[in-house]
Design a protein around this ligand. Structure first.
Ligand code: SF4
Length: 326
């Protein structure tokens, strides 16, 4: 069991020297073997800060991130080396993430060299076969400019898989690809996580791609997780108004079937000085007086958690003289 718990982390300067924001705040989840977990949210919601913190590349200002039961703060040099082998990343932009001066073989050799792994040629060929770049001879000596966008992303996936990791962190892995290539890469990722016994955290702003590969989805808004649910449950019956708006924004393929849209008003508020209250309240069609207090992230059903006052037991809440929950 891998467990990541993150509280009040990710203070980030964002160019304004003295203004710090909590880019990720009070986020808590675990990732089990073979599980594929999605993190979805608009750009600026804290997804990338979360990813960098999980990789140990951002210093957290509090909380714990446990890997195989041990917190990062207890890691020595050897632990970090093992961690760097066990946790691999697939980046968003295959056009940027491959060195234009290196052939496919040279790109895939680097992680093997760093971790002192032998039988490199055989391993490279097997991994190219795994990501369906066949026959390997056709691709092994090519440079990135001799590959299509989809082939480049397959090389990035091969680089992530070649060390036989336990966890893959995928950061918008198909957003730079055309729609037909996206479908092929998503299918491949889904197949590989199943066959290779790998867990994955899949981060994206695109709910349709996240729902294709993930068992469970975490919806993030302004640094906090506002809803967590198994994928199909979330798609069928979202509980948080923001999750509902995201789902209603997915285009419906059948033009005769119309989905009721919940168009969000306003834009995401400035993350500086957010203070108390639900962070979504300025855009929420269901806003109530009590939403000026921060909702707790509570389990509302088995496997489902929501941070929204709509899902509290309001009978037990204190009320003002008008009868409004306070
Ligand atoms: Fe809307 Fe209130 Fe729920 Fe926030 S807590 S999402 S403002 S109903």
């Amino acid at each position: 069991k891998y467990f990541a718990q993150n509280r009040s982390l990710g203070d980030m300067a964002l160019g304004r020297k003295k203004d710090k924001i909590q880019a990720v705040d009070d986020v808590s989840f675990d990732l089990r073997r073979n599980e594929v977990k999605g993190i979805i949210g608009e750009s600026g919601c804290g997804k990338t800060t979360l990813l960098m913190t999980l990789l140990g590349l951002h210093e957290k200002s509090g909380g714990e991130i446990l890997f195989n039961g041990r917190d990062y703060s207890e890691f020595d040099k050897e632990d970090w080396k093992r961690f760097r082998r066990s946790v691999q990343v697939i980046f968003q932009d295959p056009f940027d993430s491959l060195d234009p001066k290196m052939t496919v073989k040279q790109t895939l050799e680097i992680p093997l060299e760093v971790h002192g792994i032998g039988d490199r040629e055989e391993r490279i060929r097997d991994t190219l076969d795994m990501v369906e770049l066949r026959p390997a001879d056709r691709y092994i000596d090519r440079y990135p400019n001799q590959l299509s966008g989809g082939e480049k992303q397959r090389v990035s996936i091969a680089r992530a898989l070649i060390l036989e990791p336990d966890i893959i962190l995928a950061d918008e892995p198909v957003s730079m690809l055309d729609v037909s290539t996206q479908a092929v890469i998503l299918k491949l990722l889904s197949k590989l996580t199943e066959e290779q016994d790998v867990s994955m955290i899949y981060i994206s702003h695109d709910l349709s791609t996240v729902s294709y590969v993930c068992d469970e989805i975490n919806v993030m808004y302004l640094g906090r997780i506002v809803e967590t649910a198994p994928t199909m449950d979330l798609l069928r019956s979202p509980k948080h108004p923001y999750a509902e708006a995201l789902i209603n924004a997915i285009p419906v393929p059948n033009p005769h079937k119309k989905r009721e849209r919940t168009d969000l008003e306003g834009s995401t508020p400035d993350p500086i000085g957010l203070g108390e209250g639900c962070r979504f309240r300025d855009r929420c069609p269901e806003r109530m007086p009590i939403c000026d207090t921060t909702p707790k992230y509570l389990e509302v059903e088995s496997g489902r958690r929501v941070a929204c006052h709509l899902h509290y037991d309001h009978e037990s809440l204190p009320r003002d003289t008008n009868g409004d929950a306070v």
